[in-house]
Design a protein around this ligand. Structure first.
Ligand code: T4K
Length: 376
């Protein structure tokens, strides 16, 4: 079975040594040494503070609480985790449509309200004119971003390692990355919040640990405010750190896969270019769009041939909540998208086979049938 999101580990021996260290150290959680090493490595890479948490979904909840968000604009075409979390934290959601050619909202059109923009599929959002084109940083003093401007949060769950001159991670009020098993750099489960706002980072460090003052030297210092248990365990941090250190190798493998797809996909199946807007992608998602009337049939044909592809994201968020708002491009993306398998477990021959199944299905209209015999 070829699947979207199959995790792979390139440095297994190194990870196992780290697991042994953890077992011998008797420190399994509560912001131990591997969590701190992961945070330091990511902070140095993105040029901002990094707070590691249990997963990205919880990260959104913490950020919404820390910023006391009462309302926020979000793209409807995204994963439901983000909208569920922001809503659960008390923010009223306004759904925005994405654009025709990119699955992003047009940030230039939203200024007056808090916004959560999504750097989807390992690609970067078109940024506002007040974003420095060299560093990707919004041109405001770090705490001004939080105190005087509506917050601008980036859902960068898919975008660790994506860069445009500088790596993503220091844009807006904060960015949130996912280290779920299916993500580019996996910790099994995990999330990272990066921000240039040191006050915000400090609040988040307290919040992830029940609200305890993270700077206190006492075992249980003062409780500074609301908090929950959003800590990343040491074993997850060790896995995340090991994979993060291999990031360039992961990118090379994914980029090679992307080029192979670009070469063999049938002409009427459109491959999304994740470098759109001048970004350098991590190529962690292979996203194609097909005519909506054949999308589900193609998915069935792939599945019948052992190729487990996904329709991220169908239905899109507003429709999940039963809203009838006119969002034509979200509807369009949602009904035409297919995410195909990639990553280190997928070989060039697999990709050729996937492309062949798509080609034969498109040509003959055959679904539900095993086409494996007729590839060559
Ligand atoms: N924002 C965005 C834009 C997101 O896409 C996500 C999550 C978030 C925020 C929230 O991030 P986290 O809270 O998760 O950190 C998956 C993931 O669970 C989810 O992380 C991801 N986005 C979403 C797009 O996809 P499913 O329901 O598709 O996952 P699942 O378990 O069906 O796995 C997908 C494929 O991966 C399967 O074919 C099997 C394979 N797989 C999966 C796991 C977990 C493996 O081979 N091994 C594994 O261990 O949601």
């Amino acid at each position: 079975m070829l699947v979207v999101g199959r995790p792979a580990l390139l440095s297994k021996a190194k990870f196992l040594r780290r697991v042994e260290n953890i077992v011998d150290s008797h420190v399994l959680t509560n912001n131990g040494p591997y969590v701190r090493r992961l945070e330091d490595a990511v902070a140095a890479y993105v040029g901002a503070e990094c707070v590691a948490v249990s997963n990205a979904t919880t990260a959104f909840y913490l950020v919404a609480k820390a910023l006391n968000l009462r309302e926020i604009c979000v793209p409807s075409f995204t994963f439901i985790a983000t909208t569920h979390s922001l809503h659960a934290a008390g923010a009223k959601l306004t759904f925005l449509d994405v654009m025709k050619d990119t699955p992003h909202i047009d940030l230039r059109r939203v200024h007056h309200l808090p916004v959560c923009a999504v750097n989807l599929y390992g690609s970067g959002c078109d940024v506002r004119p007040d974003v420095d084109q060299t560093t990707n940083v919004v041109r405001l003093a770090p705490d001004a971003v939080r105190r005087r401007q509506p917050p601008l949060i980036f859902d960068s769950a898919h975008a660790l390692g994506v860069s445009r001159r500088a790596p993503l991670g220091s844009m807006g009020t904060c960015e949130i990355f996912s280290m779920h098993a299916t993500k580019f750099i996996s910790a099994g489960e995990g999330g990272l919040i990066t921000t240039r706002d040191q006050d915000l980072a400090a609040v988040l460090r307290d919040m992830r640990n029940f609200g305890f003052d993270h700077q206190s030297k006492q075992p249980h210092g003062a409780i500074k405010g609301w908090g929950t248990n959003a800590k990343m365990p040491e074993i997850n941090a060790a896995l995340g750190l090991t994979n993060f250190e291999d990031m360039e190798r992961f990118r090379e493998i994914n980029e090679q896969n992307y080029r192979t797809y670009a070469r063999y996909l049938p002409g009427d199946i459109k491959l999304f270019d994740p470098d759109v807007g001048g970004f350098h992608s991590n190529y962690s998602y292979i996203v194609v769009t097909v005519p909506p009337e054949v999308r589900d049939e193609l998915l069935r044909a792939l599945y019948s041939n052992g190729i487990y592809s996904r329709k991220y994201f169908c239905p899109h968020a507003a429709r999940v909540y039963g809203l009838k708002t006119s969002l034509p491009y979200s509807d369009r993306w949602s009904s035409s998208v297919i995410c195909l398998p990639t990553g280190p477990t997928i070989r060039k021959d697999d990709i050729r086979r996937i492309c062949r199944v798509l080609e034969l299905s498109r040509r003959t209209g055959i679904a539900h049938r095993r086409l494996t015999g007729s590839y060559n």
